[in-house]
Design a protein around this ligand. Structure first.
Ligand code: NAD
Ligand code: USQ
Length: 404
């Protein structure tokens, strides 16, 4: 790959941090399938959160070791595995020196906004885990692998819901007769989303100060479950979160429809966000890796394909459910979050398309297959986990046990 600065940089060895999670597992297999050498780094802390909160994926997921053995036996391809916490710099240094990655895709964070709002310990954990983890990755690149390209998962939620168009990372402003291109203002609305803002600042600074090459992927809400690779065998099946802490909007609605639970629209339902199919997550990450940032360049891509309000999602699922003979109803539940429920939203998302992204837009057939998927596993649903259990307003200082 010839980067725009003219240097030759052909990434082959990719480290996927958080490769046991929802986006990371699908991406690790996709990259391995595409001929990249892949190593997964994961502390498995996400499986621990599930145990601690009494939650479970809709799909039964195999251990990471069994997943990788199955992948090897099906495809002949090996994925290396490093179990450890990237906040432990000794572990991360050894991993970097042993694997020598050309690119690091960093998914390895605590990614639930409600989890970060349960109580003070979880808010602190989220910011410590995410901010220190990313800082360690930046130091490891500087120290051991200067040319390594960091592809970091950020979030569209960093921008909040401003009353003007959202640009991709930067905005050109004229103020008192002078003009500059500045980072787009950040207005995150949970301790989790704020951790991503802090990460972005640290990454931007180290690109400038140390010449790190980085791409910040401000991803929207991901939906779907099957990718070409995870569909190859039941032991490769991805996780599917539907509970009130880790489940995200569209995926949750599919499970709710499958078990006859009313769709949980929070408040007025005008909350609009960018969404994308998990098949596009893996495609976007591959595009970012194949077209690396230049040394010292801090790139920001808005990674989503379409915008929807919660009400729009609810009506899409209602209609798709009816076609399958499901009786789907949406209800408004008091919004546990502090967020605008009716607002302007228009976010740019052209940079990944310019690199070649061919989006899988939300279609009737995808909704159909996602609903059927949820119906297939509906006996595993714990309906007590569906209603939201974390309030932004009632967050407390003490460790809270989540029970419904
Ligand atoms: P996930 O919880 O399924 O996976 C995250 C993985 O990272 C887990 O396997 C966890 O064990 C691991 N991890 C966490 N902290 C770690 C640490 N300190 N050291 C090593 N491993 C660690 O989450 P996901 O849905 O796959 O999200 C992945 C990334 O994408 C996150 O950064 C998230 O913020 C971002 N993202 C997700 C979505 C979405 O809708 N799921 C949308 C936008 C952005
Ligand atoms: N919502 C409902 N009902 C539900 C669930 C959610 O109305 O049952 C609403 C929420 O109030 C919010 C919107 O839907 O307005 C999206 O909520 P979500 O839980 O689907 O997504 P969010 O909390 O924003 O977080 C998810 C991922 C996170 C990622 C983010 C991308 O968990 O890791 O960063 O999506 S974004 O939303 O673009 O910031």
């Amino acid at each position: 790959v010839q980067t725009s600065s003219g240097d030759l940089f052909k990434p082959k060895r990719v480290m996927v941090i958080g490769g046991d999670g929802y986006c990371g597992w699908a991406t690790a297999l996709h990259l391995s399938n595409k001929g990249y050498e892949v190593a997964i780094v994961d502390s498995l802390v996400r499986r621990l959160f599930d145990h601690q909160l009494g939650l479970d994926s809709l799909t039964p997921i195999s251990s990471i070791q069994n997943r990788l053995q199955r992948w090897k036996s099906l495809t002949g391809k090996s994925i290396e595995l490093y179990i450890g916490d990237i906040c432990d710099f000794e572990f991360l240094s050894e991993t970097f020196q042993s694997y020598e990655p050309d690119a690091v895709v960093h998914f390895g964070e605590q990614r639930s906004a409600p989890y970060s709002m349960i109580d003070r310990p979880r808010a602190v954990f989220t910011q410590q885990n995410n901010v220190i983890g990313t800082l360690n990755v930046l130091f490891a690149i500087k120290e051991f692998r200067e040319q390594c390209h960091l592809v970091k998962l950020g979030t569209m939620g960093e921008y909040g819901t401003p009353n003007i168009d959202i640009e991709e990372g930067f905005i050109t402003i004229t103020h008192n007769g002078r003009t500059d291109t500045l980072p787009y203002p950040k207005q995150a609305s949970s301790f989790y989303h704020l951790s991503k803002v802090h990460d972005s600042h640290n990454i931007a600074f180290t690109c400038k100060a140390w010449g790190i090459r980085a791409t910040d992927l401000n991803q929207g809400v991901v939906y779907g479950v099957r990718t070409d690779e995870t569909a190859m065998h039941e032991e490769l099946v991805n996780r599917f979160d539907y509970d009130g802490v880790f489940g995200t909007a569209l995926n949750r609605f599919c499970v709710q429809a499958a078990v006859g639970h009313p769709l949980t629209v929070y408040g007025k339902g005008g909350q609009t966000r960018g969404y994308l199919d998990i098949r596009d997550t893996v495609q976007c990450v591959e595009l970012a890796i194949a077209n690396p940032a230049n040394p010292g360049e801090f790139r920001v891509f808005n990674q989503f394909t379409e915008q929807f309000s919660v009400n729009q999602l609810a009506s899409l699922i209602t209609n798709a459910g009816e076609k399958l003979g499901l009786d789907v109803k949406a209800i408004s539940v008091p919004n546990p979050r502090v967020e605008a429920e009716e607002h302007y939203y228009n976010a740019k998302h052209t940079k990944l398309v310019e690199l070649g992204l061919k989006p899988h837009l939300l279609s009737d057939s995808l909704l159909d297959s996602l609903l059927n998927f949820a119906v297939q596993y509906k006996d595993r649903v714990d309906t007590k986990q569906i209603m939201p259990s974390v309030s932004w307003r009632k967050v407390g200082v003490k460790t809270k046990t989540i029970t419904n």
